[in-house]
Structures are given as structure tokens and as C-alpha cells.
Design a protein around this ligand. Sequence first.
Ligand code: CMP
Length: 142
Amino acid sequence: MQRRNRDQKIDLLKSVPLFQYLSKQHLAEVAKHTDQFNRPAGETLMREGDRGQELFILVSGKATVTRGGTTIATLGPGDFVGEMALIDDKPRSATVTADEDLSVLAISVQEFKPLLQAVPDMAEKLLKSLARRLRAADESLA
Ligand code: CMP
């Protein structure tokens, strides 16, 4: 990657809560393993039951998470989706659709686990987010 592109990507990564406060060295590591894409409004990013190929971090735009046709969450800039199937190697738990044009950072399944090992702060933030989602799901059942 060219130095200018890499520096731009690192600036973008710093604006995402999942990567905030990472050291310069860890940010450079993450930059090596992420790709930036645009996705148009209406596109399905992932479908319930499919095999997980990547996780996405929303840089801009909003997306809706549905299970069995019911909305379970709305996500916006800084949120990430698709981590669950990469963590437990099970099918996608929900469908995620772009409500608006999206700019996303993507980490592929092949890059994900080595990255978690190389950047433990990122693993901790992912765990915290999973716990938050579990609590929210429990509360919505109560
Ligand atoms: P995964 O199962 O890989 O694919 C669907 C994604 O939807 C899932 O990972 C999570 O990122 C996201 N997701 C599933 N359930 C919830 C929830 N209750 N709240 C927010 N996001 C969710």
C-alpha cells in the first residue's frame, strides 16, 4: 500500500470506536487487513443462514439488522456487523441491509483471527460489544 493511502486509511480507522486508542503500530496492522468499500442503499450486506465471509465496520450510512423478517437493531457510523459468524464459525444469525448508501471497512474471515491475536485491544472491544448486544436482547425479552 502506498504511504499516502495507508496514512489516509489510518486516519479513517482512528475515527472508528473499535480502533480508537490503538497504538500506531496496531493501527498500521489493522490498516493492512482492512479494505474500504461503498455499498448502495437497499443492498443486502449479509443474509441470515449464509456462511460468514467478512465483518463490516460502518464508516457512514445506516443499516438495519433483521431476523426472520423482524427488525432487531439499527446500526450507524462506528458500528460493526458480521463478527458473530466469524467468531463461532456458524451461519449468519441475521440479515443486514443498507438503509442508505454506505461506506464500510471490511475484514475478511482469513484476516480476522490473526488480527485479533495481533491487536488484543480490538478483541476486548468486540467482546464488550457482544456483551452489550446480549444484554439488549435479554432486556427486549423481559
Ligand atoms: P453475524 O451473525 O455474523 O451476521 C449477522 C450480524 O447481525 C451478526 O453477526 C451481528 O453483527 C448482527 N446482529 C445480530 N444480532 C444482533 C443484535 N441483537 N443487535 C445488533 N446486531 C446484531
